[in-house]
Design a protein. Structure first.
Length: 478
C-alpha cells in the first residue's frame, strides 16, 4: 500500500525544517569536549577565523563582497564581526547613513519597510547586516556574531555609550530580537563579550557585568534552545576566570593580545583544557599582523618594539593549537578597523598606514589555511599536548619553546619548531611500528618527506632549510 503525506503534515514539516536546519548548520562540541564539530555531520571543525570587527559598520555592499571573496580564497571559515560596533557604532552611521537604533534611551530599532538596496528609504542598518551574513553563507563562511562590543556594557575604555550597563533587561530584549532575526540562518556563531572582562575593578570599585552577559545568553537560548553554541570574547584574563562553569558557555577563550611578544598562550590553553567541566579552548585574539607591539604607553618606536609580523603570528598560533587549541584566529590591525583614511582616522597604526584593501594580502593571511589543512589531514581530532616526544632541549620562552601534539591513540604526532634547529624525537612514544616522517612548511603548506626507515628509538631530525624560521615535524604510523 502506498503511503502519502497529508497536506497538513507536509505543511508542518516545511515550517519545522528551517529552525531545525539552523541548529544542524551550526557548530558544536564533540563528545570528548576538546574540539569542535559541524552538527549536520559530526565531522571535526577547525575554527579558522578572521577578525573583521567593523565589517557591518564601515563597508559598502561592494566592499563586503571584495573582502569576503578574498577571505574565501584564503580558506577562512569564520569572520568575527560586531552588530553594535566598537568605533562609535551607536552615533556614527554606517556607509549608507543608517543607525542601529532610533534613539539611545528606548533602543528602538531603526527599521523601515522593505529592504531594497536601491531605495534609501527601505535599506536600513539591519538589512545591511542581513546582506553581509547571507553573502558569507554563500561562501560557506560562518559569522562569529557579537551582539555588541563590550564598551556598551562595561566601565572601561571605549566610545560606548554604556546602554546595557546594569541593564540586563535591556540587554535581554535587544539580544532576543537579534537572535529571533537570525535563528533560521545556518551560519551564525554567537559570541558575547567583546574585549572585556566580566568582572573587574575600576576607580577602586568592583564591577560585575555577568548579569548582563547572562541575560544575553538566555535571550539566545530562549530563541534557539539549549543546544545553541555560545562563546565569549574576553579581554584579560581568560573566560574561565569569571565563567568557570556556566551552562550556556560552550567554549573557553582567551586573548593573548598585542602588548608583548613574550606571552605564552599555549600554557593558558593547556590549563583551561584541564578544567572541569571540560570545554574546547581557542585564543580568540592573538597578536594581529602589522599591529605595533605595546603601543599604548606612548613610547612605541619601530626600532625598539616594531610590529608583529607573519612569523610572530604563526609562532603564537601553531603552539596554541598544538597545546590543544580547537582552532586559530587571525587578525590584521588595519583590517579589523577597515582602515581608509579618507573616511576615518587610524587607530594605533604606529608609523605605517597600509589600508585595509592592501592588507588583505598580508603574508600571514595567506599562510594560516595551511594549519587548518594540516590538522584536518588527520581523521582523529582527539589530541593532547605531549612534549615527552622531544628528547632534546625544548626551549624556555616564546622565542624557542617547542610544542608537540599527538592523538590519544598515538598513531600520529606533530612537533612545532619556532627555530630551524635539529631536534631529537623518541619514536617509542608512538609504538613499535614503521613510521613516515616529514617536514611541513607553515609558509607554503608543502611536505618534505624524510628518507629512511623509522620504527623505534631516538632519532635526530634537521629542518631542510634554515632560511625558513619555523617548521613542523609530522610523524605518522604506517
Amino acid at each position: 500500500m502506498k503511503k502519502y503525506f497529508s497536506p497538513r503534515l507536509l505543511l508542518l514539516l516545511i515550517l519545522f525544517l528551517p529552525s531545525t536546519f539552523s541548529l544542524k548548520g551550526q557548530i558544536g562540541v564533540d563528545s570528548s569536549k576538546s574540539y569542535l564539530i559541524t552538527k549536520n555531520d559530526g565531522k571535526p571543525f577547525f575554527w579558522l577565523a578572521d577578525t573583521g570587527w567593523e565589517l557591518f559598520h564601515r563597508l559598502t555592499r561592494e566592499e563586503v563582497i571584495h573582502y569576503l571573496d578574498k577571505r574565501e580564497e584564503q580558506q577562512f571559515n569564520v569572520i568575527m564581526a560586531v552588530a553594535l560596533a566598537e568605533l562609535n557604532g551607536l552615533r556614527q552611521p554606517n556607509m549608507y547613513g543608517d543607525m542601529p537604533f532610533k534613539d539611545l534611551e528606548t533602543l528602538e530599532w531603526a527599521v523601515t519597510p522593505g529592504n531594497s538596496p536601491d531605495n534609501d528609504d527601505e535599506y536600513d542598518y539591519w538589512d545591511h547586516l542581513d546582506f553581509v551574513i547571507k553573502e558569507a553563507a554563500n561562501r560557506n563562511i560562518y559569522i562569529g556574531l557579537l551582539p555588541t562590543w563590550g564598551d556598551k556594557v562595561a566601565y572601561n575604555w571605549g566610545d560606548g555609550p554604556m546602554v546595557f550597563n546594569n541593564n540586563p533587561e535591556g540587554a535581554y530584549n535587544y539580544t532576543k530580537k537579534l537572535a529571533e532575526r537570525y535563528k533560521n540562518q545556518w551560519n551564525i556563531i554567537w559570541i558575547l563579550g567583546g574585549d572585556r572582562a566580566a568582572t573587574y575593578e575600576r576607580g577602586g570599585k568592583k564591577h560585575d557585568d555577568r548579569p548582563v552577559w547572562r541575560a544575553m545568553a538566555k535571550a539566545i537560548e530562549d530563541s534557539y534552545g539549549k543546544d545553541v553554541f555560545i562563546a565569549y570574547h574576553p579581554g584579560w584574563p581568560e573566560t574561565s576566570a569569571y565563567f568557570p562553569d556556566e551552562e550556556w558557555l560552550d567554549m573557553h577563550a582567551l586573548q593573548s593580545g598585542h602588548g608583548s611578544r613574550t606571552v605564552k598562550p599555549w600554557e593558558t590553553i593547556a590549563i583551561d583544557l584541564a578544567r572541569e567541566p571540560k570545554r574546547p579552548v581557542i585564543d580568540l585574539e592573538p597578536c594581529y599582523e602589522d599591529h605595533p607591539v605595546n603601543v599604548w604607553d606612548g613610547k612605541w618606536t619601530r626600532e625598539e618594539r616594531g610590529y608583529f609580523n607573519d612569523y610572530d603570528v604563526r609562532a603564537r598560533i601553531y603552539r596554541g593549537v598544538f597545546a590543544g587549541g580547537a582552532g586559530a584566529t587571525y587578525g590584521h590591525h588595519q583590517i579589523w578597523q577597515f582602515l581608509d583614511t579618507t573616511r576615518n582616522a587610524p587607530v594605533w597604526v604606529g608609523d605605517t598606514i597600509i589600508g585595509w584593501k592592501n592588507a588583505l594580502n598580508a603574508k600571514a593571511a595567506g599562510h594560516l589555511y595551511h594549519i587548518k589543512n594540516l590538522m584536518l589531514s588527520q581523521k582523529d581530532f582527539n589530541r593532547i599536548e605531549d612534549n615527552s616526544l622531544v628528547v632534546s632541549e625544548r626551549g624556555t620562552d616564546y622565542r624557542d619553546q617547542i610544542i608537540a601534539t599527538r592523538n590519544h591513540a598515538a598513531t600520529y604526532a606533530m612537533v612545532y619548531l619556532p627555530q630551524p634547529l635539529p631536534i631529537k624525537i623518541d619514536l617509542d612514544k608512538l609504538g613499535n611500528t614503521p613510521k613516515n616522517v616529514s617536514w611541513f612548511n607553515p609558509v607554503t603548506g608543502l611536505y618534505d618527506k624524510i628518507k629512511g626507515k623509522f620504527t623505534s628509538g631516538t632519532h635526530t631530525f634537521t629542518p631542510p632549510d634554515t632560511k625558513q624560521r619555523d617548521w613542523v615535524l609530522v610523524i605518522e604510523r604506517e
